[in-house]
Design a protein around this ligand. Structure first.
Ligand SMILES: *Cc1c(COP(=O)(O)O)cnc(C)c1O
Length: 431
């Protein structure tokens, strides 16, 4: 595979952009090799600057459930472009997409649009703190909610419940308000409530997709509701990744409870910068200008992004069989991969939720971040590089989720499984 342009372009990028990338995971640091510099895309394919073509399982990290350059989405964007790039004033499109989301999520009466998942979770937490008049929050080790200060916090050492900053630049005065619990472990959550006495909310990825794919157990997620009610705290479902991905109603269709606030992103923007947070009116109406909780954004609800998101949601709703079809493809893919891995003596675990899938090189089920950290990341790195050479683009980390999109079909998935066989054969012979 010729990578000359990719290598030159990446070197040039590194001279003006830290690490050559505008979001760290794109740099391939954990898998090695030269990141592919993408020139074009179509349906489920990416094309790099050397003209190499890849089957894309990242899909812009989740948004592109309809694949690249879906004609309905592109046309909606062109149509919006003809009317201008943005006005900083209300548009009918914002109301339409708000209604589209609300009509899908029963527990959401009102939403506010923002431009990134980071903003959505940050704002939802501010709102939860204001609504409860409390200061602390509980998050889970291995869940990701964007890069705002109070969420860049990881579990402290030993059994400490108060987290420590996971990045320099985050004052411990901020991180001390974030308690970190263990995913799929209700006892650890109750310990946090008891240690704090001042918990405003729990924020959770009900279907965690940022430590690989690790869904919350039913008892665990349902139990979070019980604990929040017991301690008078709000429950925030971070569905930035799982919303409109794991099912039409994201995680809601997998559990029996409803959250107080929900955050959205990725799919609702159809590939452009759009995210949202929402919940019951009595909470949402605390936001400025109705209430006194400040939250704002120059580009919030940008008409081009709204057009792409609305076209995406509309198209999904036109044919809801998309979720079943994509789930079948994801199961075909992961079961095929596991079989090929096992044939060559490699242990592999896999998991599917709708159009999301994950796989780990390990021999027992992954339930939390401690389990995830035990997987064979070196093997993953070699697998990843070889799959890229075979023209298959998986996320460049063991701790990211994969996605299937609607232009994919059984032939394409079977082709990927065959290429996996080639790669596992090579890996087995190298050992
Ligand atoms: C991607 C993601 C975010 C952050 O969204 P950005 O748009 O990257 O800021 C937050 N929460 C979850 C669950 C995500 O997957």
């Amino acid at each position: 595979m010729n990578l000359l342009n990719n290598i030159n372009d990446f070197n040039e990028a590194k001279s003006v952009i830290p690490g050559g990338v505008n979001s760290p995971v794109r740099a391939f640091k954990s898998v090695g090799g030269n990141p592919r510099i993408i020139r074009d895309s179509n349906k489920c394919y990416l094309i790099d600057e050397d003209g190499n073509k890849y089957i894309d399982f990242i899909q812009s990290w989740g948004p592109l459930i309809l694949g690249h350059k879906d004609s309905d989405v592109i046309n909606a964007v062109k149509d919006a472009l003809n009317r201008g790039l943005g006005y900083g004033a209300p548009t009918v499109g914002e109301t339409k997409i708000a209604k589209e989301i609300i009509s899908t999520y029963d527990c959401v009466d009102k939403i506010r649009l923002v431009s990134s998942g980071t903003e959505a979770t940050m704002s939802a937490i501010r709102l939860a703190r204001a609504a409860t008049n409390k200061n602390d929050i509980i998050k889970f080790d291995g869940n990701y909610h964007g890069h705002s200060d109070s969420l860049l916090v990881s579990a402290g050492s030993g059994c400490a419940t108060f987290g420590s900053p996971s990045s320099p630049g985050v004052p411990s005065d901020f991180s001390k308000h974030t308690l970190v619990a263990r995913y799929n472990d209700l006892d650890s959550v109750e310990s946090c409530f008891k240690a704090s006495g001042d918990v405003a909310c729990i924020i959770v990825e009900p279907i965690a997709g940022n430590m690989g794919l690790v869904p919350g157990d039913r008892e665990f997620i349902n139990g979070l509701r019980v604990l929040c009610d017991k301690y008078d705290a709000l429950l925030i479902f971070d569905e930035v990744m799982s919303g409109f991905r794991a099912s039409l109603q994201g995680a809601l269709s997998y559990y029996d409870i409803i959250p107080d606030l929900v955050t959205f992103g990725k799919v609702i923007g159809g590939g452009l910068p759009l995210a949202a947070f929402g919940g019951k009116s009595h909470i949402m109406d605390l936001l400025s200008p109705l209430g006194s909780v400040y939250q704002a954004g120059t580009l919030s609800g940008n008409p081009i992004a709204v057009a792409a998101g609305y076209a995406t949601l509309k198209k999904i709703k036109q044919d809801l069989s998309i979720y079943n079809r994509l789930e079948k493809l994801a199961i075909l893919l992961t079961s095929g991969m596991v079989k090929k891995a096992n044939d060559f003596g490699f242990a592999m675990q896999s998991c599917v939720r709708g159009s999301m899938f994950g796989f780990f090189f390990c021999d027992s089920e992954v339930k939390n971040f401690d389990d995830a950290k035990k997987v064979d990341t070196k093997l993953f790195a070699r697998f990843h590089q070889k799959m890229l050479e075979q023209g298959v683009y998986f996320a460049p980390s063991s701790f990211e989720c994969g996605f299937v999109c609607s232009p994919m079909n059984e032939n394409i998935i079977n082709e990927v499984i065959e290429r996996c066989e080639v790669v596992f054969n090579e890996l087995a012979n190298e050992q």
